[in-house]
Write a protein that binds this ligand. Structure first.
Ligand code: IPD
Ligand code: CA
Ligand code: CA
Length: 276
């Protein structure tokens, strides 16, 4: 059954704001004793888990037939494999940018994507600290707090600002990444690391910076943001220009500079990995 995405979107926006209000309130009284480690540098707290529970409850009411893929796994419903997804799934990151949240550094966001099969059809990213809600649905356009957004029109890589993420858990590909960062540092306006992949995608969709790339991403980091970029007139691919960017762990998202940016990334990425 196909749903009316234009009708669904405002309900998801309202829910993301509710989760955002909870995160903002908890930040005011947050104590780092509440931080747990899921693995090396992989932080989590009750704020992530309770935000996820709130989102799941609301999304079940909005679209009862949809399944869930969530970072904290609170539903116990995450599929074992993402190969054969059928029907609708909500893909949720209840706090994207937990390290930023813990250190009280913007941005951090709530990210909600809806997929049909393996294809994202609706995305909402609520950046908590600036109270900015970015949302888009397939063929419906992209918006921030009610205003339409577009990717930046810059066509020359040399005139662009590039956003990325640095690894903090798995460092085996650091050598290739540093080569790419070196290239962009020398040949663009600069490189930024903001700390929330969902916000990074939303900012590219809104024309703040021209492109974003990162590897080792999870579906919940990107499922909310990819529709924003596409509906704002941008392009997304994996590092080799293919379309496995939601479940394939690597992504390049950009406006008109996408082909130039993707070519540089693929050139370095396809070299034999070296340690820095
Ligand atoms: C992380 C953020 C960060 C990115 C990491 C993600 P989390 O998500 O999106 O910007 O570099 O790859 O894991 O762990 O804060 O939800
Ligand atoms: Ca995340
Ligand atoms: Ca998270």
């Amino acid at each position: 059954m196909q749903v009316d995405l234009a009708k669904l979107c405002p309900q998801v926006v309202e829910l993301s704001r509710k989760a955002g209000a909870f995160i903002r309130k908890e930040r005011q009284r947050f104590n780092t004793d509440a931080v747990e480690l899921k693995g090396k540098n992989d932080l989590v707290s009750y704020v992530d888990k309770e935000s996820e529970i709130l989102l799941v409850k609301g999304l079940r009411e909005i679209l009862p037939e949809a399944g869930f893929i969530t970072e904290e796994g609170t539903t116990g419903e995450n599929p074992e494999s993402y190969e054969q997804l059928e029907g609708y799934h909500w893909i949720i990151d209840p706090v994207d940018g937990t390290t930023n949240f813990v250190h009280s550094l913007p941005p951090y966001s709530v990210s909600i994507g809806l997929t049909w099969g393996r294809t994202p059809v609706l995305g909402v990213v609520y950046e908590v600290t600036a109270d900015e809600c970015f949302y888009a649905w397939k063929d419906g356009g992209a918006y921030c707090n009610g205003e339409p957004i577009r990717v930046a029109p810059v066509t020359d890589l040399a005139q662009s600002l590039i956003i990325t993420g640095f690894p903090y858990r798995v460092f085996s590909d650091l050598g290739r990444l540093l080569d790419i960062i070196k290239h962009f540092t020398l040949h663009t306006h600069g490189v930024r690391r903001l700390g929330s992949a969902a916000a990074d995608l939303a900012y590219v969709a809104a024309g703040r910076g021209e492109g974003f790339f990162e590897y080792n991403l999870k579906p919940w980091d990107v499922a909310g943001g990819v529709v924003l970029v596409q509906e704002a007139g941008g392009f997304i691919s994996d590092f080799n220009g293919g379309d496995d960017y939601v479940f394939g762990r690597e992504l390049v998202a950009a406006g008109p500079i996408h082909p130039q940016m993707q070519k540089v990334i693929a050139e370095y990425w396809n070299q034999t990995p070296t340690q820095p």
